[in-house]
Design a protein. Structure first.
Length: 589
């Protein structure tokens, strides 16, 4: 609620003058400070002398003890009434009849003016200088303009902008102009450029298109063409989204401040992600402000082997979502492979004579035997049948005949290989390391066969190849140990479900296995009881918080702000594109 304040003073003729103004409430400060609504400019008044509170129940005045008197009595505070006389230092405030609609009207009068010094007849005369202030200002302005603006661009004005030819010596005047321009140009340089901009740091026009104009985004994008939007501009909503959309590159990436331009202030991220729906109404992410105190559960990006073009994003939590499964079409048992007693190893269980060892030696596997970091250590390298599995899971088709194994491929490749192998044996071309089976008819080496004999021999080879092919897929279940195998609809052959294993589980985060080599794999990936490849053993946020905290340092923990795990300019489409491409590449191997 407003009040009316009337300042009463005397003009030169000794006539009373009243200046009225309205002051907004409900809290009104009285004092010498310029922030006070009732301003009393006298050194005998405190900066904030008293305070008026306007409420429906009435108007009250409060002050520290000994500062005010109401109706001649010192008080700390009182409810004001019509006719009250308030003494505030040398001022008298009187409560008058307020206009209609206002709860209070005050008349302010300076009762005891400050005494004057020197007497009435004393006069002070300032003799005007020989050079006026205006003229001095112009001289200073022109001098600064010459030194700081015209001299730095003197080389350009005089046509010396281009570097001189090394073979020709420049004139002394040109050398002086160049030297002075270079020296004075440093007066405009706010500091060293960042490390990435140092190759062209001497060329101001590379970024500053126009003098005295802020660097525009187009100048940045001219070089950084691959930079992605943090959020597509069309998805930003509300006033805060508009402000984010209008933010210039240079507002966050400030050059001339040292070697690092990328900001790491967590509050810049939290300003939007503390309530991200205000900035982007359709955002799928949840509220986040600090990793330790305000961060949602992780979201995993999952791909189904039968639908590699679709990426499922499932958030972790307890209880786990029914969609929190990996559909890779691979049969795998982590618990079996990590048995502390070891796994059966065809090589480890044989002695020098090639017979089974009575002791039954077994090989104890570790995580690192199969999971090894790729180049750079950020992700894990792909697992292949030939490098990691085939030493135990042999693809030998007739161990008593040959040590040769079928290729790890589709049915057509395996069938072609088997036909070629048995065709050579039937036709009498026996390799040195092969012991032909006794049930397989063979032609005499060097015999000249007729066309009919050759065709009959090849039919025998085809029959043998088809029999062995059936054993691999059905009878011995060599392929079905790890793969989903089914007869084709027409009954002619078998169909092996394609295997695609998720490689990038959290594409919107930056994680490096190389920085976590001091920890055991099972500390984050608990697979000790995992018997099915559908089981996902990715760490949740609780596991990460055992070592990592937010931006506020904690003794014994790793301080981690937003930029530790997230890349601002990664772009949603970019990361999902990378994830999908790598997952598809993994599935083709």
């Amino acid at each position: 609620m407003d009040i009316q304040v009337t300042y009463i003073s005397l003009n030169r003729r000794g006539q009373q003058q009243r200046d009225q103004q309205r002051v907004a409430g409900p809290l009104i400060n009285i004092g010498r400070g310029t922030q006070c609504q009732v301003h009393l400019p006298d050194p005998r008044v405190a900066l904030q002398h008293a305070q008026i509170t306007v409420a429906e129940a009435g108007v009250t005045l409060e002050a520290e003890p000994g500062r005010i008197q109401i109706n001649g009595r010192a008080v700390d505070g009182a409810k004001l009434a019509l006719g009250d006389r308030i003494e505030v230092g040398p001022y008298i405030l009187e409560v008058e009849v307020p206009p209609a609609g206002l709860p209070l009207a005050l008349a302010v009068t300076l009762a005891v003016p400050l005494p004057s010094f020197g007497g009435e007849g004393q006069r002070f005369v300032l003799r005007s200088p020989r050079v006026s202030k205006r003229r001095l200002a112009y001289i200073g302005f022109i001098g600064i303009l010459l030194l700081c603006l015209l001299v730095p661009i003197g080389a350009d004005l005089l046509g010396y902008a281009q570097a001189p030819d090394a073979k020709s010596a420049s004139s002394s005047a040109e050398s002086v102009v160049r030297t002075m321009s270079a020296k004075f140009a440093q007066t405009w340089n706010p500091g060293p450029v960042s490390r990435s901009h140092q190759p062209f740091g001497a060329d101001c026009r590379a970024c500053h298109g126009l003098p005295f104009v802020q660097v525009k985004d187009l100048s940045c994008i001219e070089c950084h063409k691959q930079i992605k939007e943090h959020v597509p501009a069309a998805e930003l909503t509300g006033a805060q989204g508009q402000a984010f959309r209008d933010t210039r590159c240079a507002e966050c990436h400030r050059d001339h401040k040292g070697v690092q331009m990328a900001p790491r202030a967590q509050e810049q991220c939290a300003d939007c992600h503390r309530d991200v729906k205000i900035v982007a109404a359709d955002a799928k992410s949840e509220k986040a402000a600090d990793f330790r105190t305000a961060h949602p559960e992780f979201r995993l990006s999952l791909m189904d082997a039968d639908k590699p073009e679709v990426i499922r994003r499932v958030r972790q939590g307890k209880p786990a979502s029914p969609d929190m499964v990996e559909r890779s079409n691979l049969k795998f048992n982590h618990k079996l492979h990590l048995d502390p007693d070891g796994v059966r190893d065809p090589e480890g269980k044989r002695d020098t004579a090639g017979t089974l060892d009575a002791q039954g030696r077994r090989t104890i596997l570790k995580c690192a035997d199969c999971h090894q970091p790729n180049e750079g250590g950020r992700l894990m390298a792909s697992i292949s049948m030939e490098s990691h599995c085939q030493s135990c899971h042999s693809l030998a088709f007739e161990p008593q005949v040959t040590k040769r194994q079928v290729v790890h491929g589709d049915e057509a490749e395996i069938a072609t290989m088997l036909r070629e192998f048995y065709a050579r044996l039937v036709l009498g071309d026996v390799p040195p390391d092969v012991n032909p089976p006794k049930d397989l008819p063979r032609m005499r080496p060097g015999a000249v066969l007729t066309y009919q004999e050759r065709q009959a021999a090849l039919r025998i080879a085809d029959q043998k190849a088809n029999l062995v092919l059936r054993e691999l897929f059905e009878t011995r279940k060599v392929c079905s140990t790890c793969h989903e195998v089914a007869r084709k609809a027409d009954g002619a052959g078998w169909k092996v479900a394609p295997v695609r294993i998720t490689q990038i589980w959290m594409p919107q985060s930056m994680f490096s296995h190389a920085k976590h080599t001091t920890e055991k794999c099972t500390l984050c990936h608990d697979v000790s009881n995992s018997k099915d490849s559908k089981h996902i053993a990715m760490p949740d946020i609780t596991s990460c918080r055992e070592c990592h905290v937010g931006a506020v340092a904690v003794v014994g923990k790793v301080t981690s702000d937003c930029a530790t795990c997230h890349k601002f300019h990664a772009g949603r489409d970019y990361w999902h594109g990378v994830a999908q491409a790598q997952m598809l590449a993994r599935g083709k191997k």
